[in-house]
Design a binder for this molecule. Structure first.
Ligand SMILES: Cc1ncc(C[n+]2csc(CCOP(=O)(O)OP(=O)(O)O)c2C)c(N)n1
Length: 718
């Protein structure tokens, strides 16, 4: 758990004693179905008003009718036969009791995160019905402007952080929002909804551990409907009760009757009170039943019997609650029928609104892939493209990065740093050294070895609008562990949520190679990540660039993948003069590192230095090279390269990455297009292999200054 203190002396390191006294590791009993009150008792005790009791029914009826309508439209039995629906149909019919109480328990400012079966969560959080239905139909006026559809309903104005098409995808995002609310001290809480199947994803395990470590105000509410897509809980796990996993993460767990809306209401009220009191996360498993199959094409025959269906539907949450409302004298039969009719009219209006609405303009096809906005508080930081005259101080890249982080943390309390070993140790490469001593555990802390949760908590914290997290992934090879949160969530959030989500997170990582660390610690994966739209990618080559680009990364509202080269941390050669004040370098503008007339060399990160060395050697042979450093791979500045090649007539593109699919080939093809198919060019990359350990092989693998020099000589002599 993070302490919000500045006491970072190592006197507080706990002593890990060796104690082999025989004994037992015991597990606490976990509560199960503890609710046993009547509606009348709740009304009499003032725990529920009559209006709210009716609202619960109205919310359940709205969820049910919303989905019945989709079923009818798909089956062509809907009252208006003209209306057609295409798109996902993961229906939560049967699970309404787990969802409706959101409407009563959460404030508008509280957060929810949901899953692919999320219509109920969205309706209960107050998502506009017409805009939601329009989203189902892929309309421009949909909540996500027709970009997300059923599986991505979100409403950021109401702190609905989004439904999610990737099973388990919301666990870390919810945790990050909780972290942000906790650190910002806003008092907001988070409810995260997912299915039983999602409990078997890595995201679940990483997230619950991290949520517990950070003591975040998040309820993980599992709607256990007995199966994943078709895999039964008793088939894919070896647990009698999934809630046992709460104990494994050191958090309270409880089993709740998910077919009883009052039991769910009671559980959520207790959860909310605990979360608001700052007592840390919870895991509830709500036993419920999904009336329809995974989707409408699944008839459930392979994984459940008719007897099972009959047993659960006999406990239908809506019918049983209506009976309680009648019994308690809250509503009459006529009032219930009138409410049903009112709900049906509203849904029909939403359908007509959606059906008649316009599809998005084709011109919006790639709108909102990247947020264009900028942090208003940090905008005043001046832009620099080179140090001002008179600046002489030299820093290494490592020092420049530490300084950028320190100054950002000083300037803005929303900037927090977390990752593996980044605190007292200062990071695997020393690039956060000293920050822990200066800012304390509340601003920089060690994360568990959970790359997916590190990125996902960063994303959730950024999406909340409350923090500007900078997270560290030790080696770019380990980004593979974070692939879902990186490429399915972070990169897509802005687009799939209709341009309304701002995934403000900076993911710093390192490029290896040249240190004998071989296959799994030595890759250069810039080109791989450059294929993912939605991520901004920075590749600083010098200390000056590292500081300015990192500051810019924290200021822009787009997610940034920030590649630092391990062998550049200690260097203070090219671009080593670094101004003391905060400054930023805008993304998407390449720097001309060296001017020349015969050949243009395009290179980034460490091979930029090799290219520069090659250029110096070639100068002695009378060949003048212009060296261009793109600084960012996304956005990619092609204009500067075109202008240079128009002057020099030749291009050599260099990357430390392997050849197939390398970004250098994109540069060449873009140049060919721009220059009408006439281009004298070469590329220098690593071979399509795996980084070896042996020194001679490793040096043969990584593009060297000599190889760059030879490529240029070959071109010039052609
Ligand atoms: C990571 C991932 N794997 C597989 C799928 C395909 N899929 C969609 S829903 C689903 C079942 C999810 O089960 P559960 O979490 O229990 O939720 P339920 O659908 O039962 O509500 C599967 C396997 C997916 N969307 N994402």
């Amino acid at each position: 758990m993070i302490q919000d203190t500045n006491d970072t002396s190592n006197s507080d390191i706990p002593l890990r004693r060796f104690d082999n006294t025989p004994g037992e590791v015991t597990a606490p009993a976990l509560p199960k179905y503890v609710f046993n009150r009547t509606l009348t008792e709740m009304l009499d005790a003032g725990d529920l008003t009559r209006e709210d009791a009716v609202r619960l029914l109205e919310t359940m009826l709205t969820i049910r009718r919303f989905e019945e309508t989709i079923v009818e439209i798909k089956a062509e039995t809907y009252k208006d036969p003209e209306v057609k629906y295409r798109g996902a149909s993961h229906l939560c019919m049967g699970q309404e009791a787990c969802e409706a109480p959101i409407a009563l328990v959460l404030k508008k400012t509280d957060f929810i995160a949901s899953n692919h079966r999320g219509h109920g969560h969205s309706i209960a959080k107050g998502t506009d019905l017409k805009a939601m239905m329009a989203e189902m139909f892929g309309r421009a006026c949909g909540v996500c402007r027709g970009k997300g559809g059923s599986m991505h309903i979100a409403e950021f104005d109401k702190n609905h952080l989004g439904a999610n098409g990737v099973v388990g995808g919301s666990f870390p995002i919810a945790g990050g929002a909780g972290l942000a609310a906790k650190l910002a001290g806003t008092g907001q809480i988070v409810f995260c909804f997912a299915g039983d199947g999602a409990m078997n994803t890595g995201s679940f395990h990483e997230s619950l551990n991290m949520a517990s470590q950070l003591h975040v105000p998040v309820l993980y509410a599992i709607e256990d409907n007995g199966a994943g897509m078709t895999g039964r809980v008793d088939e894919v796990t070896n647990l009698d009760e999934l809630v046992r996993r709460a104990w494994a993460y050191g958090i309270p767990g409880e089993v709740v009757d998910g077919m009883d809306v009052l039991a769910c209401l009671d559980a959520y009220c207790r959860a909310a009170a605990r979360l608001r009191a700052g007592e840390g996360p919870l895991l509830f498993v709500l036993k419920t039943f999904r009336y329809k199959g995974h989707s409408l094409s699944d008839d459930c025959a392979t994984y459940r019997s008719q007897a099972e269906e009959a047993e659960w539907t006999a406990r239908d949450a809506i019918r049983s609650y209506e009976a309680r409302l009648l019994e308690a004298g809250v509503m009459t039969e006529e009032e219930i029928n009138a409410l049903r009719e009112k709900v049906e009219v509203r849904i029909d209006e939403a359908v007509q609104h959606a059906w008649q609405a316009e599809e998005p303009e084709l011109s919006t096809l790639t709108n909102d892939v990247y947020p264009a906005s900028y942090d208003a508080r940090l905008e005043a930081i001046p832009v620099l493209t080179s140090p001002s005259a008179g600046t002489e101080r030299k820093l290494t890249t490592r020092e420049a990065i530490i300084e950028a982080l320190a100054q950002l943390m000083e300037a803005d309390e929303r900037v927090v740093v977390f990752g593996e070993d980044v605190a007292a140790y200062g990071g695997a490469f020393g690039s956060t050294k000293g920050l822990y001593e200066r800012f304390g555990k509340g601003r920089i802390w060690n994360a568990p070895i959970s790359e997916n949760a590190i990125v996902g908590f960063g994303l959730g914290a950024g999406l909340s609008g409350l923090l500007r997290p900078v997270v560290e992934i030790m080696y770019n090879d380990f980004l593979a562990q974070a692939e879902d949160q990186l490429q399915n969530q972070t990169a897509k959030a802005h687009y799939m949520y209709g341009g309304k989500a701002l995934p403000r997170v900076v993911i710093r990582t390192t490029i290896g190679g040249g240190r004998g660390y071989s296959c799994q610690h030595g890759q250069e994966l810039v080109s791989k990540y450059a294929t993912i739209p939605g991520l901004r990618i920075a590749v600083p080559s010098t200390p000056f660039d590292a500081k300015g680009l990192l500051v810019e990364a924290v200021c822009i509202d787009a997610p940034v993948l920030f590649f630092e080269h391990q062998l550049l941390y200690g260097t203070a050669t090219l671009g080593a003069i670094v101004p003391e004040e905060l400054y930023r370098i805008p993304f998407g503008k390449a720097a001309i590192v060296r001017e020349g007339t015969d050949v243009t060399i395009w290179a980034y990160s460490r091979v930029l230095h090799s290219a520069h060395n090659a250029a110096q050697r070639l100068e002695r042979r009378g060949i003048s090279c212009e060296v261009i450093d793109p600084q960012t791979i996304s956005p990619l500045d092609i204009d500067t390269v075109v202008a240079s090649v128009r002057k020099t007539g030749r291009l050599v593109c260099v990357s430390q990455g392997t050849d197939k699919g390398n970004i250098v080939h994109t540069i060449v093809s873009r140049l060919l297009r721009e220059l009408g198919g006439k281009l004298t060019c070469a590329t220098v990359t690593a071979p399509d292999g795996v980084m070896p350990m042996a020194t001679n092989l490793e040096f043969a693998f990584i593009p060297s200054a000599a190889r760059i020099e030879q490529a240029i000589l070959d071109l010039v002599e052609e």
